[in-house]
Write a protein that binds this ligand. Structure first.
Ligand SMILES: Nc1ncnc2c1ncn2[C@@H]1O[C@H](COP(=O)(O)OP(=O)(O)O)[C@@H](O)[C@H]1O
Ligand SMILES: [Mg+2]
Length: 250
């Protein structure tokens, strides 16, 4: 579904991505792990065309993302939902408008339908319809993440991209979020690509895992193979995470 070949990205003298080869297949639930600052968010943004690689290609269903324009590009945008690392909710808008943002902007939906759709998505993340009228500043961190997730699934996307959906949350809230991710992916029949440092959660929500290290995908495989992986960085990563159930704030 999504294929990256030789993707590189540098900022000045800093080479962050040094040649990424990665494939996301339809129906995959993939988790990407890697140290803080290793370029995980950048890799995700390259996959959805928010960041333009310096070299290499990103193909969606065999089509080069850079060649997509206008309508084609918007049609592609409708196929994925995204939760940004730092929430990315619009402070000046009530929750229901945040959730229905894409459809309202595209003029695809009336206010009444937008409110109804938002309430429906809120119920998937276990929040009542009254939350729709609150503003992001009135929500706790966990609620903001849940609203972000509700927004990510608002267009019933085929692919869900979630960047550190549980960072900064306590272990109980982490579990709630992971349950919701599982539920959303099941209800949508979606493919998912999730960045997280929480190994317990990662193993619950993925069937494949990949590790970004030194600008490349150093290891990838089935989730159940991770524990026995011999790649030194994976070992180090697992050791640093053992005994810790929550995310480290990245
Ligand atoms: N727009 C940008 N301009 C300059 N440097 C950037 C930009 N985006 C990311 N970087 C740098 O790229 C590196 C990787 O960032 P990021 O992908 O956010 O890491 P991660 O998500 O793995 O913590 C960091 O050193 C960051 O400072
Ligand atoms: Mg990041």
């Amino acid at each position: 579904m999504i294929k990256l070949t030789g993707v590189t990205k540098s900022f000045g003298a800093l080479d962050v991505l040094k040649g990424i080869d990665l494939e996301l297949h339809r129906g995959d639930s993939m988790v990407l792990i890697g140290g803080s600052g290793s370029g995980k968010s950048l890799l995700l943004k390259s996959m959805i065309g928010l960041v333009r690689p310096d070299s290499g290609t990103v193909e969606i269903d065999g089509q080069d993302v850079r060649r997509m324009r206008g309508r084609e590009r918007r049609a592609f945008d409708d196929r994925f939902g995204m939760l940004f690392q730092y929430g990315g909710l619009f402070d000046g808008m009530p929750v229901w408008q945040n959730i229905a943002f894409k459809q309202l902007q595209g003029g695809q939906i009336s206010e009444r339908d937008a409110r109804e759709m938002a309430a429906d998505k809120l119920s998937i993340v276990n929040l009542g319809p009254e939350v729709g009228d609150l503003y992001p500043a009135e929500l706790s961190g966990g609620m903001q993440k849940r609203v972000g997730l509700a927004r990510a699934i608002a267009t019933n996307p085929e692919v869900l991209f979630l960047d550190e959906p549980t960072a900064g949350l306590d272990p109980i809230m982490c579990n709630i979020i992971y349950d919701m991710i599982l539920k959303s992916v099941q209800e949508l029949g979606a493919t998912s690509f999730v960045i997280t440092s929480d190994m317990t959660g990662a193993q619950r929500i993925s069937n494949k895992m990949a590790m970004l290290h030194d600008g490349r995908i150093g290891w990838q495989g089935a989730t159940e193979e991770l524990q026995n992986a011999e790649y030194p960085e994976v070992r180090r990563f697992l050791e640093s995470k053992s005994g810790r159930s929550g995310d480290i704030a990245a």
